[in-house]
Design a protein around this ligand. Structure first.
Ligand SMILES: NC(=O)C1=CN([C@@H]2O[C@H](COP(=O)(O)OP(=O)(O)OC[C@H]3O[C@@H](n4cnc5c(N)ncnc54)[C@H](OP(=O)(O)O)[C@@H]3O)[C@@H](O)[C@H]2O)C=CC1
Ligand SMILES: CC(C)CCC[C@@H](C)[C@H]1CC[C@H]2C3=CC[C@H]4[C@H](C)C(=O)CC[C@]4(C)[C@H]3CC[C@]12C
Length: 334
């Protein structure tokens, strides 16, 4: 039986490149693109089919920042498929981002310049907003909408005979100090992106603890710095034009400047080829690119305590109960 693969945020950037690469790896995969914008999704599907005319590619409408949309998409997916082998939790936002040029300039002359340029530590702040569900938008999009999707799709994901794999797109911008268990939606701070990506790392660790015995595994990837709509949104386009030659030079100092969506998807494609049971729950898998453009995957231990991951997981379950009750929806599908 050909594997069934669902990719959220497949309509552009890393998600779209991932879909192309998965079909190149195995033209028989049954790909489902879960996207909020069906026009963009249809265009991506057409590009995929142009390269692989016999491929099985379907679309499902999914807005991870709307719980109603997540529930609707989950029941549609359950209607279409009997199981899911890989679930790529890739959709994400980094809205209204400001760069601290003061921190950038002083950082460039410090011993931590390369670290700063690969993690953006101390450089970025975001203005977040509240969704129609009453949740912080970055938290709901990057983490919680995906968490509810997983919970709703449990019947398709949990099978002892044939394990399934969740693959979260995290970031090297994920930072423990940006996250707080008492404000896990990051309503009070200005680093909602860092916080939400650290939250994905915690969630992945906790999901492994709770679901490995049911045949479901979870992993985290870092695509590196990739030029996509998300990054182009940070600065005006003329700035990026000026910066591009510098970005290629920075590649000589760090492997994390993967720059193209194709390169950024390296770790996701690598995970697709691994046995879920063979992966280490506490590792993060990084896409890396050499100055000459050669790709590889490197693993690094996450800065996560299992106890914190468990407390956070219990908080997510509480929030799930609360929001589903508000929507009159059952906790898990029949
Ligand atoms: N670019 C980078 O340097 C890095 C990116 N990442 C992560 O990679 C992931 C992909 O981002 P990237 O490819 O860079 O950026 P893009 O903006 O190109 O892609 C983001 C994707 O997520 C989708 N999306 C956003 N919000 C929602 C939503 N509410 N519901 C459903 N889909 C949504 C977008 O849909 P639409 O096309 O409709 O906008 C798009 O397909 C993100 O999680 C990002 O945080 C991590 C590290 C580095
Ligand atoms: C090229 C430099 C001389 C100037 C560029 C300054 C900034 C605009 C960028 C420097 C570091 C960049 C980032 C680093 C990490 C990325 C992270 C992994 C991610 O998930 C999203 C994008 C990044 C935050 C990215 C954004 C632009 C920089 C801050």
């Amino acid at each position: 039986m050909q594997p069934v693969v669902l990719v959220t945020g497949a309509s552009s950037g890393i998600g779209s490149a991932l879909c192309k690469r998965l079909l190149r790896e195995d033209a028989g995969v049954r790909l489902c693109l879960a996207c909020r914008n069906m026009q963009k999704a249809t265009a991506t599907k057409a590009v995929l089919l142009a390269a692989h005319p016999a491929a099985q590619v379907t679309l499902v409408r999914l807005d991870v920042s709307s719980l109603e949309s997540v529930l609707r998409a989950a029941s549609e997916i359950q209607r279409r498929f009997q199981r899911l082998d890989y679930l790529f939790l890739n959709a994400g936002i980094m809205p209204n981002t400001h760069v601290s040029f003061k921190a950038l300039i002083s950082g460039l002359f410090s011993g931590r310049a390369v670290h700063m340029l690969s993690t953006a530590e101390g450089l970025l702040t975001q203005e977040d907003c509240i969704t129609a569900d009453g949740l912080q938008a970055v938290f709901e999009t990057n983490l919680f909408g995906h968490f509810i999707l997983i919970r709703q799709l449990e019947p398709l994901l949990c099978c002892l005979e044939k394990p399934s794999l969740l693959i979260w797109t995290s970031s090297s911008n994920a930072r423990k100090s940006a996250f707080s268990l008492t404000d896990y939606q990051h309503s009070k701070g200005k680093e909602s992106y860092s916080s939400s990506k650290y939250a994905t790392d915690l969630a992945s660790v906790a999901l492994n603890k709770h679901f490995n015995k049911q045949g479901l595994y979870s992993s985290v990837v870092c695509p590196g710095l990739v030029m996509t709509n998300l990054t182009y949104g940070i600065l005006p386009s003329f700035f990026w034009k000026l910066l591009m030659p510098i970005m290629w030079i920075i590649r000589f100092f760090t492997k994390t400047y993967t720059l193209t969506p194709y390169n950024g998807a390296e770790a996701q494609v690598w995970l697709f080829k691994q046995k879920p049971e063979s992966l280490d729950a506490l590792m993060k898998y990084h896409s890396c690119t050499s100055p000459m453009g050669k790709n590889c995957v490197e693993s690094q231990k996450m800065d996560v305590e299992e106890e914190t991951a468990e407390i956070f997981y219990q908080k997510l379950l509480e929030l799930e109960k609360h929001v589903l009750a508000k929507l009159n929806a059952p906790l898990s599908p029949k």
